[in-house]
Design a protein around this ligand. Structure first.
Ligand code: 2F8
Ligand code: CA
Length: 145
């Protein structure tokens, strides 16, 4: 049986994957996966891929300087970008010239930071591997049975 101290340490280790920004928590992966596998990982953490609703949130993610999937895709209908909660895209931060659906096969959005601009998103094939960011109202803490 685990004692209270051991449980506390386990919770602390798990919480370290999450960062708080505003009222939300963000999990930055240490691995790389496809967009679908990344989304699945978020769901297993009681979260979903990040939805970016503001310039401030975009700035927060840019500071991490990582190549990561965000919860934005046009896989269901080409050119109709939707967030994972089905909401349509309003404020966008595409890189110059993006999204371009290169080779007719780019349906998922990745955060690909460049210097001196907030315009960081690119569409790439969903099967490519990248890191990912999950977003949740609460950090998920896995408890051992
Ligand atoms: O020049 C922009 C173009 O660059 C790459 O293709 C050559 C990107 N592809 C990948 O990162 C897989 C395109 O998405 C991007 O539009
Ligand atoms: Ca592209």
């Amino acid at each position: 049986m685990l004692n209270i101290t051991a449980l506390y340490i386990l919770e602390k280790v798990n919480l370290e994957g999450w960062k708080k920004y505003g009222s939300r928590y963000y999990y930055f992966s240490a691995e790389e996966k496809s967009w679908n596998e990344s989304r699945q990982d978020c769901r297993e953490r009681r979260a979903d891929l990040v939805i970016i609703n503001s310039r401030e949130e975009q700035e927060f993610i840019k500071k991490e300087n990582k190549y990561v999937w965000i919860g934005l895709s046009d896989a269901k209908s080409e050119g109709q970008w939707k967030w994972v909660d089905e909401s349509p895209l309003s404020t966008a931060f595409w890189r110059s010239g993006e999204p371009n659906n290169a080779n007719g096969d780019e349906n998922c959005a990745v955060f690909s930071t460049t210097a001196d601009t907030l315009k960081a998103w690119n569409d790439i094939p969903c099967s490519y591997e990248a890191g990912w960011i999950c977003e949740s109202t609460q950090p998920y803490v896995r408890r051992l049975q």
